[in-house]
Design a protein around this ligand. Structure first.
Ligand code: SF4
Length: 454
């Protein structure tokens, strides 16, 4: 019943050892069980070869070993557990699949160090576990696209999307109805993509999601794997790993769409050590508690002010960016002024503001007391005028300082405080796209800085 069809790289026994392309992406394979399991093994091996992985005829020559197990009778289970133990002992990195994988508890109790356990007929889960450990090899003679894929951004910057969808139900927004609830990408896959992008020359990774700080909530912060290490699917662990990767590649990481949750407090100290920029893009949207409730936003203004103070205490150089909506249905003059007072108290560095616009399908459209368009626009202009004074004063404090700048084009670049497209820039002479230069700041206005390279 238990046919030990292949053991340790048997794929290679049936033909030439397949190590033609990249020694760093080589997989050993042990296939146990019945012909149905054998067919599963063939599908996995076919997919591995199609993606450019080589197979190894020895445990020692492999970067990791996949064991396709049998779980039919006790003897089969015992043999499968033995095979996993042997692979762990001789290689150390093991992904388990097949019938015994459907009883993950048995495998993990006997062998807690396996990298991942997937059930039978689950090619996608096996490949996901492989990708998390060993990024897909790239063959420039066969692949039509570069390893990082086709990018619409300049080569030195790249967006890294860590999740899709959103669990909030803000009444002005229809994104959850279009994109569904939060689905976090596996952390190993996200980090493998980050490595590929950095290897391809990315100097600034922009982390995005609908709600970056909710990363992993949907999978209960499940433990994933990256470079053979267990790692939680959670913002803190993700930022720590991204920061390390960026630092060793001489790049930086910028966080967008972060909510003012208490959990973010633990991320802010990472911003003082390089890698993760001291920059947070936090869409507060309003400051009046009643309007925030009507918007169904999670935080209230008092907590937010305390949180901002705490972040600045943890990382004094942090740049805070936010967006606001004015003229939300029912917003009174007093509530709008509360928002202006909040801006004065918060002293945010960068602010965007939209006049409320009723999107088809948004719950807020059902609220009475729509604010007339002319009032909305007047409030937007007032808010932007207030913020212009705050931004100008905050930028003026940078005069005389030397800022590290990433060059976007000769003469124009961005410091840690400037996200592409939405914030200001630094003007100076010369520089090559994608290089970092140091600029002494001599002048500033309400958006930009001007200086000289040092
Ligand atoms: S505004 Fe953002 S947080 Fe709110 S529902 Fe839309 S996507 Fe989610």
């Amino acid at each position: 019943m238990v046919a030990k069809a292949l053991r340790a790289g048997a794929a290679a026994k049936r033909g030439r050892p397949a190590r033609a392309r990249q020694a760093e992406a080589t997989i050993g394979f042990v296939s146990l069980g019945c012909p149905k399991a054998l067919v599963d093994s063939e599908r996995i091996l076919t997919q591995l070869r199609a993606e450019g992985y080589a197979t190894s005829a020895s445990y020692e020559g492999a970067d990791l070993v996949i064991v396709n197990t049998c779980g039919f009778i006790d003897a089969a289970k015992a043999e499968s557990l033995d095979a996993i133990g042997e692979a762990l002992e001789r290689n150390g990195k093991v992904i388990v699949t097949g019938c015994l994988g459907a009883q993950a508890g048995i495998v993990q109790t006997a062998h807690p160090n396996v990298l991942a356990v997937t059930g039978p007929h689950d090619l996608a889960a096996v490949m996901e576990a492989v990708h998390a450990q060993l990024p897909r090899p790239h063959d420039p003679f066969v692949d039509l696209v570069p390893p990082q894929g086709i990018k619409l951004t300049p080569r030195h910057i790249a967006y890294l999307k860590i999740s899709e969808g959103c669990n909030h139900r803000c009444t002005f927004c229809i994104i959850p109805s279009m994109r569904g609830d939060l689905v976090s990408r596996p952390i190993g896959e996200v980090l493998a993509e980050a490595e590929t992008l950095l290897r391809a020359g990315t100097r600034e990774l922009l982390v995005i999601a609908q709600d970056t700080s909710a990363y992993g909530v949907d999978v209960k912060y499940r433990t994933g794997f990256w470079r053979g290490r267990p790692i939680k699917t959670r913002m803190l662990e993700l930022c720590r790993a991204l920061g390390e990767l960026a630092q060793s590649a001489g790049a930086w990481v910028r966080l967008h769409y972060v909510y003012p949750y208490p959990s973010v407090d633990a991320v802010v100290p990472l911003m003082s050590g390089g890698g993760i920029l001291p920059y947070l893009d936090v869409p507060f949207q309003h400051a009046s508690p009643r309007i925030l409730r009507r918007m169904k936003r999670p935080a209230n203004a008092e907590n937010v002010l305390a949180r901002i103070q705490a972040w600045r205490a943890l990382c004094p150089e942090i740049t805070l960016r936010s967006t606001f909506i004015v003229g939300f249905p029912g917003e009174t003059e007093r509530e709008f002024e509360d928002l202006l007072e909040f801006l004065e108290a918060a002293q945010l560095d960068r602010v965007g503001c939209f006049a409320y616009s009723p999107v088809d399908g948004a719950a807020a459209n059902a609220y009475p007391d729509a604010v007339p368009d002319a009032v909305k626009e007047a409030r937007r202009e007032r808010l932007m005028r207030t913020q212009a004074g705050i931004s100008a004063a905050r930028l003026a404090r940078k005069r005389g300082r030397v800022e590290r700048v990433l060059v976007d084009a000769p003469g124009v670049g961005r410091s840690a405080a400037d996200a592409p497209e939405i914030d200001g820039v630094v003007h100076f002479e010369g520089g090559r796209l994608g290089d970092f230069v140091d600029v002494r700041i001599e002048r500033s206005d309400e958006h930009d800085l001007y200086g000289r390279r040092v």
